[in-house]
Ligand binder design. Structure first.
Ligand SMILES: [Zn+2]
Length: 324
């Protein structure tokens, strides 16, 4: 049975329904759940949501450990396509500058819900010391093995239960994790404790407040029902982090994901799941449409089109809390 829970944002219990009976558009696992908005704090959420046992069934083998599975680039990665994409991405780089994390002095970084570890690998290459916090033992071991991370820097636990010292990390990253958490408030509290004063939390997640979400409505892939339990916009994410003492410092569209979560990509993904190599096996006209949408979305990101957001929070140096 789906379980009705108090609002994960404010523990309130009064909601308005936005979409009834949403189903799993990615993997088509049966089950229907509503998207509602809390009348107290405005947080958009899946409620009632799958109970823990039902939720397990929505994370089959092909979903883990990479997190949200993605189709291949529709036009492949030939030098010509890469050169074209580089040109298309120029306005984004002019608007948003270098990656936020490149401004930081490398230190100790904790990846919460490390998935396939692609971001950790990049950070390690720039001098960061990678740590993994991941509830699935298998995923944690695989990722640690691939990146050569020693055992003492791998913690298998849910973020709210992590046995790690307070004030230990310069950076915590959560890539497409926060929207899956059953108790995001507890996780923000835990991360705030683990961060050093002046440390940063970097979150990427779908932006419910985006134009794309409004355009596609219940068909927006960023809902990823019912795996996404909370559908944050910039405002609701900022409020929840603030309650744990974290200040929003930067927000920008997340670059480098397939930003146009359109029906075309859904189609491409469905083919990929059947064992074929994804978008490259689509007929040429569909590949061209997918490619065009992707380039259009990349250009639009320079002008604030933000279906996926990358948000940086900072723990003020004065709020260092030493807890046992
Ligand atoms: Zn609420």
């Amino acid at each position: 049975m789906p379980e009705a829970v108090p609002c994960p944002g404010c523990s309130g219990g009064r909601f308005e329904t936005i979409f009834e009976d949403c189903s799993d558009l990615w993997l088509r696992i049966p089950g229907e759940y509503p998207v509602v908005r809390c009348l107290e704090c405005g947080l958009v959420q899946t409620n009632p949501r799958p109970n823990p046992e039902e939720l397990e069934a929505f994370y089959p083998e092909e979903y883990a450990p990479a997190g949200c599975p993605m189709p291949d680039r529709p036009m492949g990665r030939t030098p010509l396509v890469r050169a074209f994409r580089w040109v298309v991405a120029l306005p984004y780089r002019l608007r948003w500058g270098r990656e936020f994390v490149s401004r930081l002095v490398p230190g100790r970084v904790l990846d919460v819900g490390a998935g396939n570890g692609s971001r950790l690998a990049r950070l390690e290459g720039r001098g960061w010391e990678p740590w993994i916090l991941e509830p699935r033992a298998e995923t944690a071991r695989e990722t640690a093995g691939r990146l050569g991370i020693p055992e003492e820097r791998v913690v298998v636990a849910y973020a709210e239960d992590a046995d790690l010292p307070a004030g230990h990390f310069d950076l915590v990253v959560m890539d497409h994790t926060v929207e899956h958490l059953s108790d995001p408030r507890a996780v923000f509290d835990s991360i705030s404790r683990l961060l050093k004063g002046g440390g940063r939390l970097l979150i990427t997640c779908p932006n419910y407040g985006s134009l794309e979400s409004r355009l596609f409505g219940r068909w927006w892939m960023g809902l990823d029902m019912p795996r996404h339990l909370t559908h944050f916009g910039a405002g609701t994410l900022e409020r929840m982090a603030a309650e744990s003492g974290l200040e929003m410092e930067d927000i920008r569209p997340q670059y480098g994901t397939l930003v146009m979560f359109s029906v075309v990509f859904r189609h491409a993904f469905a083919k990929g799941l059947d064992g074929s190599p994804g978008a490259k096996t689509l007929p040429l006209p569909e590949r061209l449409v997918a490619f065009a949408l992707e380039q259009l979305a990349t250009v639009a990101q320079a002008f604030g089109y933000m279906p996926m957001m990358e948000v940086v929070f900072r723990k003020p140096p004065a709020s260092v809390r030493e807890e046992a």
